[in-house]
Every structure is written in structure tokens, then in C-alpha cells.
Design a protein around this ligand. Structure first.
Ligand code: ZN
Length: 414
């Protein structure tokens, strides 16, 4: 393993680093003049002028089509201020989020704005992984064709997979909720598409999406915690994805919360966080409430709206004052809060971003999570961590997968 501090830098890598700094500044801050770029990145105006000339030549940034600069204060009299902006549609990527029972595919531009997207459901208990990957490939080809984007402008594809993913080989080593083992997703997609493919765990992708394109933009460290059928976390440290020594960093869903009496988990243990706060187990708890209280608000809402999906009945019942539902949500939220407090003690991120079912569950869930983190975290660490909802709603996974491609194949490519 290479020691980062012992790596030298060639002239080319210095130039590449400076180009990345220019592109990321334009991504984070919008239009900037050459002199503003020079101040922000701490490079001479000559270096900036030369880099911008090359980027204009490549069609990646432009002087035209920029918004009018808002501030006129710094402009010297008689000299027009020319702003530089990213050309968002100069290149594109494809993001693929594989969840439990659904996958989403999106074509996005350099600002990670979705040009076209699609969600497809699959039977995760019966369909073999290679059949799901075939469907993903068909969907990707359809979207490329419908978008009418020149294939040469597509930098590649990022895919966020469930469970343990070997980032280097792109093998989905183990996804307990899908029952996938050793699926060589990256190799199959690369061979069939003829495009570069980057694969990682789907929650790590969400963390990356927030760190570069969402509410965590520009932060040095953050944790994204996602729950649906599975529960996982993705960490960003020093602006990069933290994967741990192998591939397991972030498996917060399988931390043991109950030593005795816990429900069996799909990982083979019992009492895992996932068995308390995943959508599957919260829906089980809701079924119990309906049986205990067949004339209650939840039972009534469920009977009246049989076509509502997932957590919708629970959220509506909590809002309408179902005490048992509110207690159930608060109890489950407390367990998540304890797990997050432990995470803050170990990792001390600047921000925790919640996604999936945790944000869907609403304030009756989120508030006890925040209160528990504030109460259970060591010292003043909890005061420093911000807890936010994802910027991207249910698209967090596909935006994150596209972010994986955009960072590795464009903004941070080497
Ligand atoms: Zn487990």
C-alpha cells in the first residue's frame, strides 16, 4: 500500500491538480472572474489565464453564456468584468443506483443535473443478478439513445451497489438483502458498454453526491446514513470516500443494538440496528399496532388507502395523532440516535445527512434522532455536528452514482 505522504508530484500532476481546483471552484461557486479564481486558488493570474485558455479550447468552460455577475463593487472603472463558467453540457455521465427491488438510471451533466432518468422494479427474491444487470444495460442503452447525446461526450458510468463492494475490482462481494455474492458488475458493464465504469457501495455514492453536489458541498468530512430495506452509512474524509482497510466501512446497519431478544437479521446475526429501523421492520411494527388496535387511526388509514406504499400509512397516522405510532417511531428513532452518537464519538464528522426512509418518516422520527444524538454524544462533539436531510430525496442514490463517475472521470481524474 502506498503512503500518501511519500508520493512525489510531477509537473504534469501539479498542472492537473491546478486544473481540478479551477473546475471545482467553478462547480462550487458558479461564475467567477479570472482574478477571483486567482485569489481563491492562490495561483498567479498568468497561470489562471493559461489554464482557462486550455479549458475554453477543450470546450469545458466558456466566457459566453455566463450569468451577469451580481456584484459590480470590485470592478475597476472602465474595465468590463468577464466571468468564466462551466459548460455543464460539455460532458455527461450515467449514474446507476441498485437498491433492493428497484434500480434507477440517470444521464447527468457536469453539474450533476439529470437530463433523463428511469426507475425499474425487479423481483429481488427470484431474479438472478446477471438478469438484473442485463436489464440495467438495456435501460442505459435506451436512455443514451433517447437523450440523443453523442456517445463520445459520455465520460462513463458510476454504479452504486448494495452491501459490500470491492472498489478496485468492482465486484459486489456480498449483498445480503439481494442475496448476491461475488457479482462482477464492473467487468460485465465495462465489456458490454465499452465505457469506463466505476463501482462502489450505494450509500458511499450518496455521501459523495452530497459532498460535491449537495448540502455537504465542499465539507471536509461528512457521514450519509441511509435506510430503506437495508441500513448503511457512507463516510467522506478529507473530501474523499473513506472505505476502510478493505471494503466494509459504513456497515452501521449491522452494529449490534440488542444483546438479547433482538430480531434475526439477514446478515445472520440478531439485534442489528437494521432490525429496528429499516423500513421492513418498521412496517412489521405497524402491523403489530394494527392487530393490537384494530379501531385505531393507523388501522383506519391503512384500510382506507390500500394502494399507498411503504411508510405512507405510518407517517399519516403519526400526523393524525396515533399515539402508538408516535411511540413506535420515537423508540426506533432513539436506537438510530444511539448508533449515530456512537458514530460521532468515533468519527467526528462535520455533518450527518439522513436519507431514504429516515427522512420520509418525518419529524416524529427525525426530532428524537437529533435529541438522542445531542444527549448521548461525548462532550461537545454533538454541538459541532449538523444533522440534515438529503438534498436529493429518493434520487440521492442515482445522483450519488453519477457523482462517483463525475469525480473519478472528470473532477478528480488522474
Ligand atoms: Zn445484521
Amino acid at each position: 500500500m502506498k503512503n500518501r505522504s511519500l508520493l512525489g508530484s510531477s509537473i504534469n500532476s501539479v498542472k492537473m491538480h491546478n486544473t481540478q481546483a479551477v473546475l471545482l471552484s467553478l462547480l462550487y461557486e458558479g461564475d467567477l472572474s479570472r482574478s477571483e479564481l486567482s485569489k481563491r486558488i492562490n495561483l498567479s493570474s498568468t497561470t489562471i489565464t493559461n489554464l482557462i485558455a486550455e479549458l475554453i479550447q477543450a470546450g469545458l468552460v466558456s466566457e459566453s453564456n455566463c450569468n451577469e455577475p451580481e456584484s459590480e463593487v470590485d470592478r475597476p472603472v472602465g474595465r468590463p468584468r468577464t466571468a468564466i463558467c462551466l459548460e455543464p453540457n460539455a460532458r455527461f455521465v450515467i449514474g446507476v443506483h441498485v437498491g433492493v427491488g428497484t434500480f434507477r438510471v440517470a444521464v447527468t451533466n457536469l453539474r450533476n443535473e439529470i437530463v433523463l432518468s428511469r426507475m425499474v422494479s425487479f423481483n429481488y427474491q427470484e431474479e438472478p443478478p446477471l438478469s438484473v444487470i442485463d436489464q440495467i444495460l438495456d435501460c442505459v442503452e435506451e436512455l443514451i439513445s433517447e437523450s440523443e447525446i453523442d456517445r463520445d461526450l459520455i465520460l462513463g458510468l458510476g454504479i452504486g451497489l448494495s452491501g459490500l463492494v470491492d472498489f478496485t475490482s468492482g465486484v459486489n462481494v456480498f449483498a445480503p438483502n439481494l442475496n448476491w455474492r461475488q457479482v462482477p458488475a464492473k467487468k460485465i458493464l465495462t465489456d458490454r458498454l465499452g465505457l469506463p465504469v466505476i463501482a462502489d457501495n450505494n450509500v458511499r455514492c450518496m455521501a459523495l453526491g452530497e459532498a460535491y453536489f449537495g448540502i455537504g458541498r465542499g465539507l471536509d468530512s461528512l457521514a450519509f446514513v441511509y435506510g430503506r430495506i437495508g441500513v448503511g452509512a457512507g463516510f467522506i474524509s478529507q473530501g474523499q470516500v473513506f472505505r476502510g482497510s478493505t471494503m466494509g466501512a459504513g456497515e452501521i446497519g449491522h452494529t449490534t443494538m440488542l444483546l438479547r431478544g433482538g430480531e434475526p437479521c439477514r446478515c445472520g446475526k440478531s439485534g442489528c440496528l437494521e432490525t429496528l429501523v429499516s423500513e421492513t421492520f418498521m412496517l412489521h411494527a405497524a402491523d403489530n399496532i394494527i392487530q393490537m388496535n384494530p379501531d385505531g387511526i393507523l388501522a383506519h388509514i391503512t384500510r382506507e388507502n390500500p394502494d399507498w406504499q411503504g411508510m405512507a400509512h405510518i407517517v399519516a397516522a403519526a400526523q393524525k395523532g396515533d399515539t402508538l405510532v408516535r411511540e413506535m417511531l420515537a423508540e426506533r428513532a432513539t436506537y438510530l440516535g444511539v448508533a449515530l452518537a456512537n458514530m460521532v464519538n468515533l468519527y467526528n464528522p462535520e455533518m450527518i445527512i439522513l436519507g431514504g426512509v429516515f427522512t420520509q418518516a418525518g419529524d416524529y422520527f427525525i426530532e428524537p434522532v437529533i435529541q438522542t444524538v445531542r444527549k448521548m454524544t461525548f462532550g461537545d462533539l454533538s454541538k459541532q455536528v449538523r444533522i440534515e436531510k438529503t438534498s436529493f430525496g429518493w434520487k440521492a442514490g442515482v445522483i450519488g452514482a453519477a457523482a462517483l463517475a463525475l469525480t473519478h472521470l472528470f473532477y478528480l481524474s488522474s
